[in-house]
Design a protein around this ligand. Structure first.
Ligand code: RB5
Length: 147
């Protein structure tokens, strides 16, 4: 079955989102685009929360978030305990987010990252499997924070 990748951004991330969407489609995945639809100003938490809902309800296997820095939108998504959103800056952070943290969402900062590096991050995020083993128990703890 074709994997569905959710993608969302605020206005600052809209252009990079459009570019990454075409790469995702070229690579043969399905896309669930959660907005935004233009560069008109919006609030990044709305899109982080929409991503968290989509992943939590199994509408997509994993997701990509983009805002100006990647910070605000990843904070929003990470408020849901099912989400492990990793803010990535290069291919190494994207690869290790998958290998060690089993990240189910990658966040990028459109105002900070070049388009070629963003594409490399996307490929690493989509193609790197979780390492399991010693990382598995740690990742399990992320879903069950102490109360
Ligand atoms: C929008 O100006 C900007 O604050 C937002 O895209 C993001 O960088 C927030 O973390």
């Amino acid at each position: 079955m074709v994997k569905t990748i959710a993608i969302a951004s605020d206005h600052a991330g809209f252009e990079l989102k459009s570019l990454l969407k075409s790469v995702i489609l070229e690579d043969g995945y399905q896309i669930l685009d959660l907005g935004t639809e233009s560069t008109e100003s919006v609030d990044y938490p709305d899109f982080g929360y929409a991503m968290a809902d989509a992943i939590s309800s199994n509408k997509a296997e994993c997701g990509v978030l983009v805002c100006g820095t990647g910070i605000g939108i990843s904070i929003a998504a990470n408020r849901n305990p099912n989400i492990r959103a990793a803010l990535c800056h290069d291919v190494t952070t994207a690869r290790l987010a998958r290998e060690h943290n089993d990240a189910n969402v990658m966040a990028l900062g459109a105002r900070l990252i070049g388009t070629e590096v963003a594409k490399q991050c996307l490929t690493a995020f989509l193609e790197t499997p979780f390492g399991g083993d010693r990382h598995a128990g740690r990742v399990r703890k992320l879903g069950a924070p102490p109360v």
